[in-house]
Design a protein around this ligand. Structure first.
Ligand code: FES
Length: 681
């Protein structure tokens, strides 16, 4: 072929380029270079998934002049598509547009197959997209007496001929629907094929004519909240997200009380299962209506949950999870039909549930691990998801260990005298002046500190109603830094009352964090019992982390990632001052948001991520903290702030920790005594 009959085509942003005969469809040129552009309709100009834009002008760096007439003019097929569905003027259908001369082609981000974006707080995460379920539009041969093949067989033959899909199966339900769908669509049909690379490819849904809508939901079932994200399986775009509190709370605030409910009530398990499934169906309905999506177009669902939620959702008995050896009914991943577990999406839709790591470390921790990828790094990463049970994963590409620690509900504001859930009016930020011991605060709902004018303007409407989990961590850490409490967690009344900031409370003292008053809300105090509750919770968490460090034979970690709602709001500095996590460079301690939910979305959009987490979970070493002899020793040391035995040199370089001093406390008879403060590392 002569040089005049060939043209140079450069695809952006991949930068792939090649020479093609004039007249080549741009889609074919892209495919031959490995630039993947989606197509549902097989180049018929129906699906619109193959859109591209021509970048015109001189591209000196690449030696290309991409003149407007170097691409064929829009044809009738594109005009028809634009009339039916809207096509931006700069966009072309690459299955129709042909190469006429040298071209620079932009593949817009919304149609790139391998670069999809999921927003996760401030960071942007790229998820390579390789969903288990894809749509295929085909034109099926009409019945012919000469060739007596059945409807389903002719459909399979068309899929093999046009899309090279072999070995297809379909369940009996599809068999009963296919003949009608083929006739309704006048032998043109779109089918959804589920192919996760393991089981045989299966037709799970079909529509007469063309259908270009395929969606999936990623669901994170937490003990306290349930979150659902609706994503397009074609573009990877998250269309809508919604959440609700877990209605199982009425059967028990924490996991163990729900397990007890199942033990005590013959119909308890069914009631809990029904409740959580109903809540999930309501959320799916909500995200679909927000996104303007019909539920029949939701073809995949992926779930993550802690072990008890996992079992209750699936209708499995959670009672064995309530005591040693904490046996799971199933720990491996599950691939089932949505209709088998009452999830109201397309009846043929498939559900994938991530594997559980251990009896106390669930599919949610697996999802968080998938999202944060400690297994892909040389750095030893500590990943902590703090809830009523802290799930802890530690390691790097060499070795990974996991455990859970029973932190109890203190970090969620429960068991704290003025504690509350994070809601408007809850104190979330605290600074204590070390001279006056007066605190300034910030509450949820007002973007100003209490000593700023805006706070005074808004406090009437919002109020100061209590202190949330992240607020209590910060309050106690600040109290420690200001000398209100000693390193062993005693509220120190020996230095005076500081104008009513430290008040006697039976045999102990209470710190008045917020005095309240006219137009200032109610008084908020931190009692000695509150400090103890936080000490117990943080000591349980730290002891679990320390056991895992022992297993790896390390005395420090390189990076810390705090996952979950609580982890997202605590200030890493205060978490470390409290000794909730081990010493680490503060720049390498970060909140990672809802990592479990991100992991679920990754598994939804890419089957390779499913295989990755399944293989990883098999090699994660599970540690049962209750059985480890050193747990108690680590726990006792971790009761001190930050810790009785472990040094915190990197924290001390950034934060001025109080000098060790003798603290005055009261003895059991209310008399004042002197006793030694603990030395910090
Ligand atoms: Fe479907 Fe181009 S491939 S419109």
């Amino acid at each position: 072929m002569s040089a005049q009959q060939e043209a140079l085509v450069l695809f952006m942003p991949s930068g792939r380029r090649g020479r093609f005969p004039v007249g080549t469809p741009v889609l074919d040129a892209a495919r031959s270079l490995g630039v993947y552009i989606e197509s549902v309709c097989g180049g018929r100009g129906i699906c619109g998934r193959c859109q591209i834009e021509q970048a015109t002008g001189q591209f000196a760096k690449h030696g290309i002049t991409s003149a407007p007439d170097n691409i064929s003019p829009a044809n009738e097929v594109e005009a028809r598509y634009a009339g039916l569905r809207s096509l931006a003027p700069e966009r072309r259908l690459s299955c129709q547009a042909r190469v006429e001369g040298d071209l620079v082609i932009d593949v817009p981000q919304d149609v790139q197959v391998n670069r999809q974006i999921v927003r996760k707080r401030a960071e942007t995460r790229h998820i390579d997209r390789k969903p288990a379920t894809r749509l295929y539009y085909v034109e099926v041969e009409e019945p012919d007496m000469e060739k007596p093949l059945g409807d389903l067989d002719r459909l399979f033959a068309a899929l093999k001929r046009e899309w090279k899909i072999d070995g297809l199966t379909a369940d009996f339900r599809m068999l009963s629907h296919i003949p009608d769908i083929l006739r309704d669509g006048e032998w043109k049909v779109t089918v959804a094929v589920h192919d996760d690379g393991r089981s045989p490819a299966q037709v799970i849904a079909a529509w007469p004519g063309f259908n270009g809508d395929a969606y999936g939901v990623a669901v994170d079932i937490g003990s306290t909240t349930i979150a659902v994200h609706l994503s397009s399986l074609l573009s990877g775009r998250t269309v809508a997200s919604s959440g609700t509190s877990n209605p199982q709370i009425r059967f028990g605030e924490d996991l163990m009380s729900r397990v007890s409910y199942v033990m005590m009530n013959p119909d308890g398990r069914e009631a809990l299962t029904r409740t959580v499934r109903e809540a999930i169906n309501t959320l799916i309905e909500r995200v679909c209506s927000e996104g303007g999506i019909r539920r029949e177009h939701v073809l995949e669902a992926v779930f993550v949950a802690n072990p008890v939620m996992h079992h209750l959702f699936l209708g499995l008995d959670p009672v064995p999870l309530g005591s040693a050896p904490f046996a799971l009914a199933v720990s491996s991943s599950l691939d089932i039909e949505a209709s088998q577990i009452g999830i109201e999406i397309n009846p043929g839709a498939r559900v994938y549930i991530l594997p559980c790591i251990a009896g106390h470390v669930g599919a949610d921790a697996a999802g968080a691990t998938l999202a944060e990828g400690p297994q892909n790094s040389d750095e030893v990463t500590l990943l902590v998801d703090v809830g009523t049970n802290a799930e802890i994963v530690l390691g790097n590409r060499e070795r990974i260990v996991a455990a859970s620690s029973p932190t109890g509900p203190a970090f969620e504001g429960a068991e704290i005298s003025c504690g509350q859930r994070a809601a408007p009016g809850a104190i979330e930020r605290v600074r204590v002046d070390p001279e006056t011991l007066r605190a300034k605060i910030r509450v949820i709902g007002i973007d100003a500190w209490s000593d700023e004018p805006e706070f005074a303007e808004k406090i009437d409407q919002v109020g100061v109603t209590g202190i949330c989990g992240s607020g209590i961590v910060e309050a106690i850490a600040e109290m420690f830094l200001a000398g209100v409490i000693t390193a062993d967690g005693v509220i120190d009344g020996s230095r005076g009352d500081f104008n009513g900031r430290i008040v006697p409370d039976r045999r102990t003292f209470t710190y008045v964090l917020w005095p309240g008053g006219e137009g200032q809300g109610s008084p908020i105090t931190v009692t000695q019992n509150d400090v103890r509750a936080i000490q117990l919770a943080k000591a349980a968490l730290y002891a679990g982390v320390r056991l895992l460090m022992d297993k790896l034979g390390i005395s420090a970690v390189d990076r810390i990632k705090l996952a979950g709602a609580f982890g997202s709001y605590i200030d890493p500095k205060y978490a470390m001052v409290l000794g909730l996590v081990p010493d680490c460079d503060l720049k390498k301690v970060a909140a990672v948001g809802n990592a479990a939910g991100t992991g679920a979305r990754m598994a939804l959009l890419n089957t390779d991520h499913r295989r990755e987490i399944e293989a990883l979970v098999r090699r994660i070493e599970k540690i049962e903290t209750a059985l480890e002899p050193r747990f108690q020793e680590h726990f006792v040391n971790a009761m001190a702030l930050p810790n009785k035995s472990d040094p915190f040199p990197r924290l001390a370089a950034e934060v001025k920790l109080p000098e060790p001093r003798l603290a005055s406390v009261t003895d059991g008879d209310g008399r004042r005594t002197r006793r030694g403060g603990r030395r910090r590392g």
